[in-house]
Design a protein around this ligand. Structure first.
Ligand SMILES: Cc1ncc(COP(=O)(O)O)c(C=O)c1O
Length: 419
């Protein structure tokens, strides 16, 4: 019997030790707020696109969704036409000398699925994967997340030297997200190359989630796919032996509800990813795959991706300029800004709850991203230092410029609330 529930059976340790989805919890706070026309709820909690997909994409989706030919399963690794078209698109993003072919690509039902299907191929229960904190967990798979602490003074960038010290015989991968969720930190191509080299030296893969890569200013996001490597990399290195790239279509293509993600990796790994994907999803949804495979749609959409990326970067600037004095931005990029509130001795968990309930501003506290660490782990990581618990994630992407300014204006009222 599960204590506290009406269930006559026990629940798995995996699910019980996994953080419940943070967004419904935050939305529950917001439901206590009474909005008015002059003071609506201002929601900067979820990392979702603030605008719908462009009409050309919506039209293509409408066509493929209603076509009888997309109602069947497709190959476990995805539509062959999109695998080829997206390999070409990867060359647009990572440079024409990027060595990525259709055989290196697998489509998944979103990037979370890409991560799970990949990690299931890499690690068994009891194994370890190193991840920078704040981060999400792998408890559901029985795999231990080994936290790599990142510090505000270093812009929340992970240190390869610290990572090296965490590698043990149980380490099966280093997993990273850049631009990061929740901190917004953008890892430079040189830093990514250092982690890839560390992975190579230890015969483990670097798994890089690049869900937000289209929203950074500097291109390409890294050079790992190129035949000409940086001097950091061993000259004999080939990306297929140690690198796994993950991507989500939810942000760049603004259709999270259509659930499309991808894994780019060696066909030798994808052969096994086929097995996990077949168990988890059978195949990725076909209508979005067929829509994107449509003639020149991918290259047509590149322009609108670049426009939204530019608008988002300008919004980050507005946010930075408009934050009240005393609020500190630790890092900013992609969809998020990671900000420390100025009220000492108020943890951001309580702070964000009151912000939602009393001021109608919905944002996520750092505790939602590192709740699994116990006190001693937090101390060991430096997370017990004064003020670590005052960080807050603002999703700059899912509001417009005017709302960003209204949020910052309303934050000025915190002085009266948290005196
Ligand atoms: C880093 C990162 N990866 C993956 C996802 C989920 O992507 P998808 O909607 O494709 O599953 C998110 C979602 O917010 C994310 O922040």
């Amino acid at each position: 019997m599960s204590p506290g529930s009406g269930l006559a059976f026990r629940l798995s340790r995996g699910v019980l030790s996994t953080i419940p989805p943070p967004i419904p919890r935050a939305k529950a706070w917001a439901s206590a707020y009474i909005p008015s026309p002059g003071r609506p709820l201002l929601d900067m909690s979820q990392g979702v696109p603030g605008t719908p997909p462009p009409n050309v994409l919506l039209d293509a989706l409408a066509k493929t969704s209603s076509s009888p030919s997309s109602s069947g399963y497709c190959h476990a690794l995805g539509e062959p036409k999109l695998r080829s078209a997206f390999a070409q698109e990867m060359r647009t993003v990572y440079g024409q000398n990027a060595d990525v072919t259709a055989e290196d690509i697998a489509f998944t039902s979103g990037c979370n699925m890409a991560f799970v299907a990949t990690v299931m191929c890499l690690a068994d229960p009891g194994d370890e994967v190193i991840l920078p904190v704040p981060c999400m967990s792998m408890n559901l798979l029985g795999i231990k997340s080994v936290p790599l602490y990142t510090r505000s003074e270093e812009g929340f960038l992970p240190s390869p030297d610290e990572c090296r010290r965490l590698i043990s015989p149980k380490t099966k991968a280093i997993a990273m997200v850049t631009p990061n969720n929740p901190t917004g930190a953008v890892y430079s191509p040189a830093l990514i190359a250092e982690f890839a080299e560390l992975a190579r030296q230890n015969n483990i893969p670097l798994v890089l989630d690049e869900t937000y890569r289209d929203f950074v200013e500097h291109y390409p996001p890294h050079n790992l796919f190129s035949e000409t490597q940086t001097e950091i990399m061993d000259p004999s290195w080939s990306w297929r032996s140690n690198f796994i790239h993950l991507f989500s279509f939810s942000k760049s293509y603004a259709f999270p509800g259509h659930r499309l993600g991808l894994v780019a990796a060696s066909p030798d790994l994808l052969q096994h990813v086929t097995t996990t994907l077949d168990c988890l999803q059978i195949c990725a949804p076909r209508p979005p795959q067929l829509a994107l495979a449509n003639s020149s749609l991918l290259s047509e959409l590149r322009g609108s991706i670049q426009e939204s990326a530019k608008a988002l970067r300008l919004r980050h600037e507005i946010f930075k300029r408009s934050l009240p004095a005393g609020w500190t931005i630790g890092s900013q990029g992609g969809y998020f800004a990671f900000v420390k509130h100025p009220f000492r001795n108020v943890s951001s968990l309580d702070f964000c709850q009151r912000l939602a309930e009393e001021l109608g501003i919905l944002v996520l506290p750092i505790q939602f991203f590192c709740h699994e660490l116990d006190e001693s782990q937090r101390r060991a990581l430096g997370l017990a230092e004064e003020g670590w618990d005052r960080w807050i994630r603002f999703s700059v992407a899912n509001v417009d410029d005017e709302k960003v300014m209204r949020v910052c204006e309303r934050l000025r009222e915190c002085g009266a609330l948290f005196r």
